[in-house]
Design a protein. Structure first.
Length: 182
């Protein structure tokens, strides 16, 4: 499911999923909000969104109506700032698991549990919501240089330096998700 699909194609795909004929849906952020399909048990984020609020909407597709769900997000060292923003926004720590064989060269957390390299960056305030009215200077400094670690591959073909971030979606999040959904 992606933004270049016609609305009819998107509707057909979603109806096919609701009917149970599709068991796995790969979607871009076009489906992060407003996706209403019951019974979604897992969400897998290949990349963390830049805005913490978008993360909540992505993982809110699981655990609807008092059910539970699991969200798994792949993250690399360059995603630590985004991970920190998400944790502050949702008010809880995410469980971090290193994928065997893809261990980072440097420690990901300090001994006190704080994220290394975490700091607020341009575009995200204390609430975790994106500010879209960046100045030209702030926007140019906010651009990230290409990360060779993210694009290079290990001998087995998996991106190097990735780790799993899992979060069980507690029922208490359903009320907040319902308030935030359009």
């Amino acid at each position: 499911l992606h933004g270049d699909m016609t609305q009819n194609a998107r509707n057909h795909t979603m109806e096919t999923m609701r009917n149970g004929k599709i068991r796995l849906l790969v979607a871009t952020d076009v489906a992060a909000r407003g996706l209403d399909v019951s019974g979604i048990s897992h969400i897998i984020n290949y990349d963390l969104p830049r805005c913490a609020e978008d993360y909540v909407h992505r993982i809110g597709r699981t655990g609807r109506a008092g059910g539970s769900g699991i969200a798994i997000s792949f993250a690399s060292r360059s995603d630590l700032t985004h991970l920190d923003r998400i944790e502050r926004y949702i008010g809880q720590d995410l469980t971090v698991q290193v994928i065997p064989g893809l261990e980072p060269v440097h420690a990901l957390r300090k001994s006190n549990g704080d994220l290394q390299g975490s700091r607020r960056g341009p575009g995200v305030g204390v609430t975790g919501q994106c500010r879209h009215e960046w100045s030209r200077d702030a926007h140019s400094t906010a651009k990230e240089a290409p990360n060779p670690e993210r694009h290079s591959e290990s001998p087995k073909g998996a991106p190097r330096g990735r780790r799993n971030v899992t979060r069980k979606n507690p029922a208490s999040r359903d009320a907040q998700d319902a308030r935030n959904d359009p």
